[in-house]
Each structure stands twice: as C-alpha cells, then as structure tokens.
Design a protein around this ligand. Sequence first.
Ligand code: IPE
Ligand code: IPE
Ligand code: MG
Length: 264
Amino acid sequence: MSFVSSTREIPDVGGVPRHVAIVMDGNGRWAKRRFLPRVAGHKKGVETVRAIVEACVEKGIEYLTLFAFSSENWRRPADEVRFLMELFVSALENEVARLHRNGIRLRVIGDLARFEPRLVELIGRAERMTAANQRLTLTIAANYGGRWDVVQAMNRLATEMPDRAGTWSEADLAPRLSMAYAPEPDLFIRTGGEQRISNFLIWQLAYTEFYFTDLLWPEFDAGALAEAVASYQRRERRFGRTSEQLVPEAPAGLQAHGIRTPDA
Ligand code: IPE
Ligand code: IPE
Ligand code: MG
C-alpha cells in the first residue's frame, strides 16, 4: 500500500490525527527531581507508554510512533544503555500478549543489527504475532535515526534501480523508507521541554504539525494527549497554499481539505 506524499499531493486531513509521532523525552529529569537514579524514570516511562497506547485507541488514532532509542543514544553511559536494552526485552516479554489481545499491530523500526540476537528474535516474534491486527499500529523506533533511514533507502534504491541513478525521485525513495507502511505523521509531540527533532523521522515530518510540552514523559497522560490533539485541531494545514484557498467558497479544484480554526 502506498500513502499520499505531502509534497506531491494534498493530503486529505481530518479532525483526528491519523498518525501521531512522539519523542518521549524527560525520563532522566523526572527521576532526578525525585532523587532517584535516571533508570527509574525509564521504568516509569513504560507505564506512560501503556496509557498513551490505550488513549490513542480510544481516540481512533490509527498509527502511533514512539521514539524509544536514537542512533545517538549509544553515546550514553554503558550502564544506562544496558538498562534500556533490558527494559526493551522485558517490555516485549510482558506487553506483547496484551497488545495482541487489544488488536494492536507492533512494528519496530531502526537498525537492529546492533542489538543482541535475543532482542532481535523477540522483536521478530512480536511483529509476526501481531501482523494482522488493525486497530492501531504501534511503531517503536529503536536504534533509529532519520538520517540512517534516508541512507538505507538510498542504498536500496542503488541496489534495486541502478540503471535509473541520476533520475531517482521522491516517489522512488519514499517506499523504501522504514515506515513506508504508514502515512506521514500528522502530529509530532515532544515532551520534556526541548524543541528539537533529535534525528527522528526527518523525511516524514516535512508537513507535520509540531507540539511541544514541558511535561516530562512519565507525567504525560491521556489528558495531555487530548490537549495536544486539541492544539492540532486549531491549526490550519495549508501544505503550501494560501489560507483563502482553504475556505469552502474557493473555486472547485482549489477546494481543500484543511481544517479551519473555529474562531478563524
Ligand atoms: C528519554 O528520556 C528516553 C530516552 C532517550 C531513552 P531521557 O533519558 O532523555 O531523559 P532526560 O532528557 O535526560 O530527562
Ligand atoms: C531523543 O531524546 C531520543 C529519544 C527520546 C529516544 P534525547 O534525550 O536523546 O535527545 P537530545 O540528546 O536531548 O537531543
Ligand atoms: Mg533526553
């Protein structure tokens, strides 16, 4: 299946974001404020994941993508990296059956080559088990980097279409990105107060709406998600057009799918 590209067509956008992508940041600071070790924040963060997955199902969000470990997070102290890997393993062991029962399809994107075989095996098993589920697609980005993603897609192009090198297009590259099974995110959320992408889905965020909150990830909850979605619903998604082109009176053909703010 292929999805609308925000740079080549005008996506049909509705009130509920179809795809929400989140940088789950602030676990370490949450723990530090409580005089706990950083890893206690990561542990608590897993509970937030559970709550947010449920909240997304309730809201009718179809795709939720969570940044769990960036390609740059290997730079952290070895103990913390080890803990995060163990946490990933135990989360897979403990949560996958519940995800499956709830009709959730799990996908993991990122360079898995650097993970232990046991983790890679667990990921494969969880993906196979949940592959046919349709309620929500939950993607975990692990050892993921947006630049890595674009480069691996380029390398696939070079292998699969070498004769067309020099004329490759967006349409050739996009289906080779690791999230080609999902539409581009409508809403990007980052908790923890920082306002940056930190090498998340750089290609796919071209026309995504951004939302930043000072809440730390362990504090983020269904209410906070609802606020983010409400903010999204007040945005005008123009995709390069003018505001006037979005109003209902616009001539047919220029008519559009953008949402107007109620008070605009
Ligand atoms: C996000 O929380 C989780 C990961 C990057 C794995 P942090 O660990 O980055 O928390 P802060 O930013 O140090 O508070
Ligand atoms: C981004 O958080 C990556 C994840 C949430 C997994 P970081 O805490 O690693 O980002 P920076 O270093 O503050 O940019
Ligand atoms: Mg951080």
